[in-house]
Structure formats: structure tokens, C-alpha cells
Design a protein around this ligand. Structure first.
Ligand code: KIV
Length: 275
């Protein structure tokens, strides 16, 4: 399977072929996603919550993102990878360029994603003019969820809906290759998808986006703290993993594991000399 490129996603959207995207943060998950034929892997800063156990994405650092993006690239050498720019890593043009360069050159990402609308259009323009592929993210932006009143659906009043519509257009003009729409009413996502010239990727944004993304831990049922209402859990692995670990503990305690077939044998001649 050869890696899709930025312009392939535009073609897919134009043809009405949905773009599939999931998060991954480690080698084995990335390997499985590539095997399954996923179009895009997102190394999301959601890793702060679902992998590192923080309360939010805010504590995630550039070093965390580099470390996990490298692992994902090793697991999925032929898949388009987007890496999130963590909180305050793109507050100035110089920081944004230096950090995007690290995620792409050092960690192997194909594109970077950053949260925010109009306020970040000059940063997006600066990055794209420098040759960086940038993915936008508007609606619910977890890095600034506290300012949005928590993890809530956005765009439900006229002011917020107008801003989201406007931001989508401004970011597109600034050069984004794709736009993530998180927790926005379906009608708003539909209007944006039909209006802008780049693919939209929905998460809690209805059915009319060009593609969909989910946090892989939510899809698999391995994150116990909070599952947003827009998530579909395709598996509930937590109880199955728990059961396997409990069986292992019990078998070790009762000397049922390891058994003969898990043991190595000493060669007879060595045994004779030794004992
Ligand atoms: O960090 C992340 O996983 C994301 C998705 C929820 C879109 O930004």
C-alpha cells in the first residue's frame, strides 16, 4: 500500500470517498491501523489523557509528541501521519516553525495539526508558505476547553456558529490542507464541508464531513474515565484485558503458568556434566 499524499485527500473528498482517520500513539497500534488500510493516522495530543493519564491535553510537551510520533512512524511507514502541535508550541511564528520542523524532520510526520481559528491564521499562512502541511482544528478545541466552558458542543448560539463558519473560510484561505471539526452541530459541519475547498474531518460533527476521526482508545473501549457521546465503541476491551491479567496472576500464584511447554530443556550431555 503506498502512502497517500495531501492532494489525494482533496481528490477523495471531491469524489465523495470518505477519509478514515484514527489516533495512534505507539508502534503496535500504528502497525495494526496500517494493516487495516486506514487513510490517515493522527498522533493526537489526546495522548496526554488516554496514554499519559493527565486530566487534559495541556501538559503534553513537544518531547512527548516527538517520542510518540517516532514510534507511530516506525509502526506505519506507509501511512500519512499528522502530529498535533501541543499547547503553546505555536504561539509565535518562530516557535511554530521550529516545532513543526521537528515533528516532520525528526519524528517523521507528514503534516501538523493546530487548534484555533482566525487568531492563528497568520501562523498557518507562515507555516504553509514555508512548505509545512497544516491541518486546522476548530469547534471544540481541547487545549482551550476551559475558555469554551468545558468539553461541550460548540456553535450552538449565533455568535459561536458565525465564528466557526468564518474561521473555516479564513483557515482555508491561509492554506490548511484539511480541517478537523470537533463537537459542532451537523448542519454547521455540512455547510462548512460544502463551502470550503479542503476536506473536513468530523469528530462529533455529523455525517456530512469528508472523513471521520476517533480516538482509538475510545473506539476500542480501553479508556475508563470519559467517553464522549459522539463516540461509537466498536469493542469493549477493558474487561477482556482485566480478565486476562487476572487469569495470569492466578495461574502464576497456583504454579499453573509457566507449564512444561513454556520451559527450556538442558541438553543431556550438559546435564550429565553439571549434575
Ligand atoms: O488529540 C486528538 O486526538 C484530536 C482528535 C480528537 C481530533 O485532536
Amino acid at each position: 500500500m503506498s502512502k497517500k499524499l495531501s492532494h489525494d485527500f482533496k481528490k477523495m473528498a471531491a469524489l465523495g470517498e470518505k477519509i478514515t482517520m484514527l489516533t495512534a500513539y505507539d508502534y503496535p497500534t500504528a502497525h495494526i491501523l496500517e494493516k487495516a488500510g486506514i487513510d490517515v493516522i493522527l498522533v493526537g495530543d489526546s495522548l496526554g489523557m488516554v496514554v499519559l493519564g493527565y486530566e487534559s491535553t495541556v501538559p503534553v510537551t513537544m518531547e512527548d509528541m516527538i517520542h510518540h510520533t517516532k514510534a507511530v512512524r516506525r509502526g506505519a511507514p506507509n501511512t500519512f501521519i499528522i502530529a498535533d502541535m501541543p499547547y503553546l508550541s505555536y504561539a509565535t511564528q518562530a516557535d511554530a516553525l521550529q516545532n513543526a520542523k521537528r515533528l516532520i524532520q525528526e519524528a517523521g510526520a507528514d503534516a501538523v495539526k493546530l487548534e484555533g481559528g482566525d487568531e492563528y491564521s497568520s501562523i498557518v499562512r507562515f507555516l504553509t508558505q514555508a512548505g509545512v502541511s497544516v491541518v486546522g482544528h476548530i469547534g471544540l478545541t481541547p487545549q482551550t476547553a476551559a475558555q469554551l466552558g468545558g468539553y461541550k458542543v460548540q456553535g450552538q448560539d449565533i455568535g459561536s456558529a458565525t465564528k466557526i463558519l468564518r474561521d473555516a473560510g479564513i483557515l482555508t484561505e491561509a492554506g490548511i490542507m484539511m480541517l478537523t471539526l470537533e463537537a459542532v452541530p451537523a448542519e454547521l459541519a455540512k455547510r462548512i464541508t460544502e463551502t470550503i475547498s479542503v476536506p473536513t474531518i468530523g469528530i462529533g460533527a455529523g455525517v456530512v464531513c469528508s472523513g471521520q476521526v476517533l480516538v482509538v482508545h475510545d473506539l476500542l473501549g480501553v479508556y475508563d474515565r470519559f467517553v464522549p457521546s459522539f463516540v461509537k465503541q466498536y469493542e469493549n476491551l477493558e474487561p477482556r484485558i482485566l480478565e486476562a491479567v487476572m487469569r495470569y496472576c492466578s495461574e502464576v500464584k497456583t504454579s499453573t503458568f509457566p507449564a512444561q511447554e513454556h520451559s527450556f530443556k538442558l541438553h543431556d550431555d550438559v546435564k550429565q556434566k553439571l549434575f
